[in-house]
Design a protein around this ligand. Structure first.
Ligand SMILES: Cc1cc2nc3c(=O)[nH]c(=O)nc-3n(C[C@H](O)[C@H](O)[C@H](O)COP(=O)(O)OP(=O)(O)OC[C@H]3O[C@@H](n4cnc5c(N)ncnc54)[C@H](O)[C@@H]3O)c2cc1C
Length: 405
């Protein structure tokens, strides 16, 4: 890790970064994404709805700035946490879009840096940074969601490979992913947390099949993933055999840290909550909100949002400095996702009847998107472990309360 830069070095870094962004961030990439199909997720079959988004990804990846704090030897930016903060501020200043959204960047990469061997880092990290490989997460199974350690997908060592049989569920975007990071049971006779391993599976391997799950809302990223005698090379095991639970938990901490702050960057946030309230409740007039009850709700949500944001900033600086994440990410995940639900609900309240449309001419695309985002926010407190499970973790691992016997 790079040593902390001085104030004058940081000022210079800011000036250089600003100049580079001015020259390299295409104009079309300087606005919030209002249409999720414009997001870039990379992978073998990457789609770029706007040609500028391909250019933007290539330029950011060439600088290593899709993974600003990862070591340069794998193609990362090699920035200190302070420099990464500056980069983030400069990107926000020009309203730059995220060049790449990726489970590889958010979840797998940090875990490979910590638990992977050198060969695995060199093999997988550059592809993640350049957006060439798209990853999905194979954790949940029909009988193992909250109780993840009950997972039953079996991996048997047979010479130079593992033979994998079983099923995963709720695998987001498995139909588009190139690879899966997956939890498998390698020792069925051990206690349930002890016989688990963390393995990387090429989704093009013979015996892997994926079936999209239809939801009542129509569009759905969910899939079921099936493994039938899938041969996975031995060297794709990350960390120690039968000790995958520690890797799995660490990855969840990264995932929870991400989910708790992701909403801050949600696609439709092109105006602040108070701006929206003034537009919809006050007819654009400045001054106190005409509706007293909504005013109180808004003030409370805004204060909670700010406090949460500051706390998250402190935590992400610790993570960038190599401390954590730890079980306290469960607090952020719980608070962040519950707060996000309150924020989204408030927006729908501001919109009145326009907030309850599903389709049809009476609603603008933006209104429909907000209603769908409100409904989608309900899933935030389930994905990455439900709120109840976070409460259990906080009680046990953060507060040290005794468990039930
Ligand atoms: C949007 C979204 C994306 C997802 N993406 C992925 C993915 O890419 N890959 C993947 O592997 N999984 C994914 N999941 C699955 C997710 O991890 C699980 O849904 C989650 O862990 C809950 O498991 P479950 O659905 O089996 O619910 P269950 O475990 O059956 O829980 C049902 C209810 O019981 C409660 N409950 C269960 N146990 C306890 C307990 N001990 N104490 C108190 N309450 C309890 C839960 O809080 C919940 O309310 C995704 C889920 C969502 C919603």
């Amino acid at each position: 890790m790079t040593s902390a830069p001085s104030a004058s070095e940081l000022d210079k870094f800011r000036a250089d970064t600003r100049a580079w962004l001015e020259e390299n961030c295409p104009q079309a990439m300087r606005s919030k994404i209002l249409d999720p199909s414009e997001e870039v997720w990379g992978g073998r079959n990457a789609s770029f709805k706007l040609p500028e988004s391909k250019l933007w990804l290539e330029r950011m990846a060439a600088k290593g700035w899709t993974a600003p704090t990862w070591p340069t030897q794998y193609g990362g930016g090699g920035l200190s946490s302070a420099e990464a903060r500056v980069l983030d501020e400069e990107l926000r200043r020009i309203n730059a879009r995220s060049a790449l959204k990726s489970f590889g960047l958010w979840m797998l990469g940090p875990v490979l840096l910590e638990y992977g061997n050198e060969e695995q880092r060199q093999r997988f990290l550059p592809g993640i940074i350049r957006g060439e490989t798209r990853w999905c997460q194979g954790y949940s199974e029909p009988g193992a969601g909250s109780d993840l350690a009950s997972l039953a997908t079996r991996a048997e060592l047979q010479g130079d490979h593992y033979l994998i049989n079983g099923q995963k569920i709720w695998t987001s975007h498995a139909d588009k992913a190139d690879w899966m990071f997956c939890l498998v049971r390698t020792d069925p006779s051990a206690k349930k947390h002890d016989g688990i391993s963390f393995i990387l599976i090429d989704m093009q391997s013979p015996g892997v099949s994926v079936r999209p799950i239809q939801l009542i809302s129509g569009a759905s990223p969910f899939c079921e993933s099936f493994f039938e005698d899938v041969r996975v090379p031995k060297e794709n095991l990350v960390g120690e055999l039968n000790h995958g639970w520690s890797v799995a938990k660490r990855l969840l901490q990264h995932e929870r840290a991400l989910i708790s702050k992701l909403r801050d960057d949600a696609p439709e946030e092109d105006e602040t909550l108070p701006e929206m309230a003034l537009r919809l409740i006050n007819g654009g007039e400045p001054g106190p909100l005409a509706d007293h009850a909504l005013r109180e709700k808004l003030a409370q949500v805004e204060m909670d949002f700010l406090c949460n944001k500051l706390t998250l900033r402190r935590s992400s600086e610790s993570i960038a400095a190599g401390i954590g994440p730890g079980p306290e990410t469960s607090m952020f995940k719980l608070y962040g996702t519950e707060l996000n639900k309150r924020r989204k609900e408030l927006k729908v309240l501001f919109m009145g009847y326009q907030g309850i449309g599903w389709e049809g001419e009476g609603y603008s695309a933006r209104e429909l998107q907000m209603t769908r985002d409100w409904l989608r926010s309900r899933a935030n407190s389930i994905e990455g472990g439900s709120s109840e499970i976070q409460l259990n973790i906080i009680a046990k691992r953060v507060l040290g309360l005794p468990g039930s016997s």
